[in-house]
Design a binder for this molecule. Structure first.
Ligand code: GLT
Ligand code: MN
Ligand code: MN
Length: 385
């Protein structure tokens, strides 16, 4: 039996900000010591992760001089080499500094929009220097509390202009980098623009370079909206747009909890892992979560280990599901008519549909055996199959 020990080839990554989280919330201050980036690299490597991702300012303070920046970056790169860790993704902080209180790409002030683009270009350069192939954009404060303050059509136009500019920048530099947009419905703003992965997918099609822009769905963000992450991710996969993923957990409909992966909704986490594995998703399994505020440094390690172990255990459960004769037999029955292209349009098919005799009442009376199927799934998860 597997020990569920994470290995680099499992491609697990964490944001620097996830282990850096010191437990502050709107009602209380920090409860944990500073966890320096180099120490995080060492810890994650010991735990079996593949890499670490970061916002520009998780690593380099916003007001660092060029000299300081270069020293910090050199020290960090040395740690990556020493501990054989990669940086597959980089992102930009467009939400902490007060300058972004009205948003970044959608701020009403032109100078703020331009500063946001410049800051993001610098973060892209930093990412390219570290070998990152994905750049995540989470529009932390792209939204409003006061709807009178912005015309949402204009705001979306500004948003698109910002992303288009960045695509041109990446192309101009010749970086092998794609952009992944992350949706969230609210928090910290009252309402955020492009609140779901579905909305992001539609937005991408309006951009100048849709081929270089995809999505970074986050479990907690979709669940805040009451949505099914499994379905959101499936749509992104079908569209060829799943460039990255933020794994974590959440009690439905609450604030963004960023809980340890699989800690709340095990069945949902199971279907998500099964989908990624069945689809042979080649991207990183990235965790965007943090330890409970009750924890000290030891708890932070447990949190990180737990995210990866739960993924591996659910991967094993997915294999069991796919190999379970009773479940597969049932699925074969359920999908017996799958693959017959009954709805390919032709004059012939129209005639055939009209001439069909169909026992609507008998069909409507059929049971579908989904109770049994779901119970078998739950039994896999409970470890008795
Ligand atoms: C922040 C947010 C996350 C985003 C990060 C990337 S920052 O922690 O809550 O969902 O993925 O910008
Ligand atoms: Mn996230
Ligand atoms: Mn979150």
């Amino acid at each position: 039996m597997s020990t569920f020990q994470p290995r680099p080839q499992d491609h697990f990554t964490f944001g620097l900000w996830t282990l850096q989280n010191r437990g502050q919330d709107p009602f209380g201050g920090v409860v944990r010591d500073v966890f320096p980036p180099v120490e995080i690299v060492r810890t994650l490597s010991e735990l079996g992760a593949y890499g670490v991702n970061f916002h520009d300012n998780d690593l380099v303070p916003i007001d660092a001089s060029l000299q300081e920046r270069n020293r910090i970056v050199a020290e960090f790169k040395q740690a990556l080499t020493d501990f054989e860790m990669k940086v597959p993704m980089v992102t930009v902080n467009l939400f902490t500094d007060p300058v972004f209180r009205d948003g970044a790409f959608t701020a009403n002030r032109r100078q703020v929009r331009q500063y946001a683009v410049k800051k993001t270009m610098e973060a892209i350069d930093l990412g390219a220097e570290m070998g990152a192939e994905v750049f995540v954009l989470w529009g932390g404060r792209e939204g409003t509390e006061v709807d009178a303050s912005k015309d949402p059509r204009l705001a979306l136009q500004h948003y698109a202009e910002g992303v288009n500019y960045l695509c041109e920048y990446v192309l101009d530099k010749g970086y092998p980098m794609k952009l992944a947009l992350e949706a969230k419905p609210n928090e910290p703003r009252g309402d955020l623009y492009l609140p779901t992965t579905g909305a992001m997918l539609a937005f991408i099609e309006t951009l100048a370079h849709p081929e270089m822009v995809g999505v970074n769905p986050e479990v907690a963000h979709e669940q805040m909206s009451g949505l099914n992450m499994y379905h959101q991710v499936a749509q992104a996969l079908v569209a060829g747009k799943l460039f990255h993923i933020d794994l974590n957990d959440q009690k439905y409909s609450r604030f963004d909890q960023d809980l340890r992966f699989g800690s709340e909704n095990l069945k949902a986490a199971f279907f998500l892992v099964k989908l990624l594995e069945d689809a042979h998703y080649t991207g990183m399994r990235h965790f965007d979560a943090h330890a409970y505020r009750t924890e000290d440094g030891v708890g932070v390690r447990e949190f990180a280990r737990g995210c990866m172990r739960t993924y591996l255990i659910l991967q094993d459960k997915a294999r069991r599901f796919n190999a379970d004769a009773e479940i597969q037999g049932l699925l074969q029955e359920i999908h017996a008519e799958e693959g017959e292209d009954v709805l390919a349009f032709s004059q012939e098919s129209v005639r055939s549909l009209y001439s069909q005799t169909f026992d609507r009442v008998a069909e409507g009376a059929r049971g579908h055996e989904y109770e049994k199927l779901d119970q078998l799934t739950v039994e896999i998860l409970m470890g008795v199959r």
